[in-house]
Design a protein around this ligand. Sequence first.
Ligand code: AP5
Length: 238
Amino acid sequence: MAVAAADVQGEKRQSLNVTPGPILLLGAPGVGKGTQAKELVAKWGIPQISTGDLLRYHRDHGTALGIQAKQLMDQGKLVSDDVVNQMVAARLKQPDTQVGYILDGYPRTLPQAAWLDQHIGADPKALPVIAVSIQVSYNQLLRRITGRRTCAACGTIYNIYLQPPRVDEKCDLDGTPLVRRSDDTEEVFRERMRTYESQTAPVVEHYRALGRFEEVNGEQPVDAVAAAVIAAVARLRS
Ligand code: AP5
């Protein structure tokens, strides 16, 4: 007899014996938020909500929002809080977020954090937010960003220096040619880092001050970082 998808997801969650609830993955451009979010998705079967991916979807489909966002993204600047908050609000209404979700790249400003805290606080059934901040040094981030390639079909993330595909510039899983993000140049990376320091670092301090916060060393192999993130989530939910 076929096992229902919901049962499989339920078993995955039970394997860690925690209800994940809302999890924030925080950190500078290239620390591995997207890579680690996919590990958590595999572990708990909860959705990854990446505001960067949502904005890139709009940009690639030429929506009004996407056209507006493209310029800002290509300059390493942030899209307006209102636009991003509305996008997240719409996504959080989907039923797959009920037992938890991973926010990757959001919140990125103090007004976004205030919006999220209020939104979650207004739901009496919601678990409080927990936050895991991933730390990686500047030079390593530069290498990760300039070497990143992504499969346009399945979204698997590679790095030509650190995690290369088996065949040059092709996805290991489906053979699709890999693509480079337009904001993954050294020049735009420097601006993204300036934006991170001025607008997003205060968000990390906000969640540190609230408690339910842990830091993880991101300069280890992906599996070791994943184990540290999962252990942090388990402690924060215990
Ligand atoms: P977004 O897409 O969120 O970009 P980001 O935060 O800069 O983060 P990245 O996606 O670049 O990196 P990551 O931490 O996910 O690293 P990854 O796992 O890919 O945002 C893009 C833009 O959208 C923003 O600049 C802004 O304009 C806009 N935007 C998005 N959210 C917004 C918001 N909330 N408000 C306003 N504007 C918003 O890994 C990177 C590389 O490292 C990969 O090649 C990977 O293979 C490699 N790697 C990962 N882990 C390891 C490891 N442990 N060892 C070796 N290599 C590793």
